[in-house]
Ligand binder design. Structure first.
Ligand code: F6P
Length: 318
């Protein structure tokens, strides 16, 4: 099952799971549309040939949803009835922390073995340094910021570019460094608007003609990027300010090699650990090695922002 916000590379994981099932002689049943499909009994058998030509495609062929009904006892009861009807004896969930929490609760209520695979462009899950989709999303953002930089420098403009990350600044921090942003604003570090004004003033004085500020969706400097830009227009009239919100473009597109390989490895491993009788764990990657974290820890914690990257971004924007 894929659940929550889709992420490029989910299809590569689905393909790996279906093929590992065939390799080990298990039946692979896909749930369509996340927990909604589990509640409505929307299932489809997948064999090795049924997942051809999807490794290169973004999105998820199984569709995804954010399902409110699964948060209710009645919803989960309906899901359990479908699980029994189809003789399902293990569930692999590819998704973010909300989806993994749903899986953990389901496991605790009905005892069905559950394994989580982290799939979210936000990369904000504890127990893995990379979630499927993050690498692709960061590359998409870098490409977009590079393009905006061309027009920003042609017109001597200051651009505020909002990137995804409702609660996390991983996309903003990594893409911001890679694309040479002057400032990166993230929810994990609130330096306040005065610090931003100081940086921008200093930038003008030191001869910068255009500037890029990458702002994570969840940044708290102002309530949204448009109000932030308005305030800067007032405080620094010497700047010609524009705003660009990248939006859902960041969730789509062909997965990078990294996401395809990571998803393939995690997909196979998920089948293997279910075969070993393990449950209630999430697969993660640490220094290229696959690791397991109890689901309860994975959903409780947030992956910490790398403070050294914040420091590096400050040095680079001098
Ligand atoms: O999947 C995570 C995420 O991309 C967040 O960064 C973003 O805030 C959210 O999803 C948007 O979700 P939706 O597509 O449901 O509006």
């Amino acid at each position: 099952m894929t659940s929550g916000g889709d992420a490029p590379g989910m299809n590569a994981a689905i393909r790996a799971i279906a093929r590992a099932c065939q390799y080990y002689n298990h039946q692979c049943i896909a749930v369509i549309q996340g927990f909604e499909g589990l509640i409505n009994g929307h299932f489809k058998e997948l064999d090795a040939r049924g997942v051809r030509n999807i490794i290169n495609r973004g999105g998820t062929i199984l569709k995804s949803a954010r399902c409110k009904e699964f948060r209710t006892v009645e919803g989960r009861k309906k899901a359990w009835e479908n699980v029994q009807k189809h003789n399902i004896d293990g569930l692999i969930i590819i998704g973010g922390d909300g989806s993994l929490t749903g899986g953990m609760i389901f496991q605790s209520e009905y005892g069905l073995p559950v394994v989580g695979i982290p799939g979210t462009i936000d990369n904000d899950i504890y127990g893995t340094s990379r979630a499927i989709g993050f690498d692709t999303a960061v590359n998409t953002v870098v490409e977009a910021v590079d393009k905006i930089r061309d027009t920003a420098s042609s017109h001597n403009r200051l651009f505020f570019i909002e990137v995804m990350g409702r609660d996390a600044g991983h996309i903003a921090l990594n893409a911001g460094i890679a694309a040479g942003a002057e400032e990166i604003l993230i929810p994990e570090q609130d330096d306040g608007i005065d610090s931003l004004i100081r940086t921008l003033k200093y930038g003008k004085k030191s001869g910068k003609s255009s500037s890029i500020v990458v702002v994570a969706e969840g940044d708290k400097t102002r309530d949204n990027v448009f109000n932030l830009a308005s305030q800067i227009r007032e405080e620094l009239p010497e700047y010609d300010v524009r705003v660009s919100v990248l939006g859902h473009i960041q969730r789509g597109g062909r997965p990078t090699y990294y996401d395809r390989v990571l998803a393939s490895r995690m997909g196979i491993y998920s089948v293997e650990i279910l075969r070993e009788g393990k449950s209630n764990v999430m697969i993660g990657v640490d220094l290229d090695k696959l690791i397991l974290t109890p689901l309860k820890d994975a959903v409780k914690g947030k992956s910490a922002i790398n403070k050294n990257m914040v420091r590096i971004s400050k040095i680079l924007s001098v």
